[in-house]
Design a protein around this ligand. Sequence first.
Ligand SMILES: C[S@@+](CC[C@H](N)C(=O)[O-])C[C@H]1O[C@@H](n2cnc3c(N)ncnc32)[C@H](O)[C@@H]1O
Length: 291
Amino acid sequence: MYSNKLYTPLRYPGGKARFAPFIAEVMQSNGLATGHYLEPYAGGAGVALELLFHGHASHVHINDLDPAINAFWVAVTKYPEALLKMLHDTPVTMEQWHHWRAIMRGELPADAIERGFATLFMNRTNRSGILKGGVIGGKAQAGDYKLDARLKKEVLASRIERIASHAGNITVYCEDAKHLLLRSSEFLPAKSLIYLDPPYYVKGRGLYRNFYGHDDHVAIAKVLQSNAFKQSWIVSYDNVQEICHMYQKSNGFTYGLNYTAHKRYIGNEVMFFSRKLRIPGAEKADTQLAA
Ligand SMILES: C[S@@+](CC[C@H](N)C(=O)[O-])C[C@H]1O[C@@H](n2cnc3c(N)ncnc32)[C@H](O)[C@@H]1O
């Protein structure tokens, strides 16, 4: 059973950890197994962690432009002991929620570890893990679930420890995805795969602290499909006409996905991939990747 809950300490709206076995298969069938893996929009990085922990990738590159998300990945890979101590020592109360929210918003001075912890605390105590969302149970804590419902210290501590034990094989970035893609040949060996999970074309706004407009999506499609871009890549999106148009030069397929943010519903998703990639099962249109 694969789930976003297995390895990443972050809850993420639209988390894609369930894709990890599929991405591992793509790496395997294209001679990329044990190569490098880059996620330019990493969020909770559930896919990257699973590929690394299961030995499918030897090194993972985790990028996210959101400074709060980046602060978490920096803290967990560079200062795990201090992060673990903070997790152990911090009571999960509304008073603390206000404190860590102020740190996340930059309203209080804080060091790199505190900023990383603020992300973890807010991610685990807010509804659906949305950093700018409301606290579980509401400010009056009158709901059935209280703010500690999703913050289980022992579970989080063991995930942090596991990531820390692989930190030598994790590189963390806080760059604009397009910028990072354009310089990716500087740090990615030929045996690499890039999986892009950009903010959704339609629903991206409101879920994440950075969002894309139409032109940003177009710019990424152009970089990936240009002849100059040599890396192998896979991109997943909401299945809308505009996106299919942007990726018309590439092969792709659609699939259904159970997706949780605010509420559960069946979405219609699409995946495109670079020409030279052989995609297992891609010949079947409307492949059901996840249920
Ligand atoms: C759909 S989410 C990725 C979720 C991730 N696949 C997971 O499983 O957790 C998109 C992410 O892209 C980030 N992002 C938005 N604009 C970006 C940009 N221009 N460059 C890099 N990251 C960006 C957001 O902060 C968000 O974390």
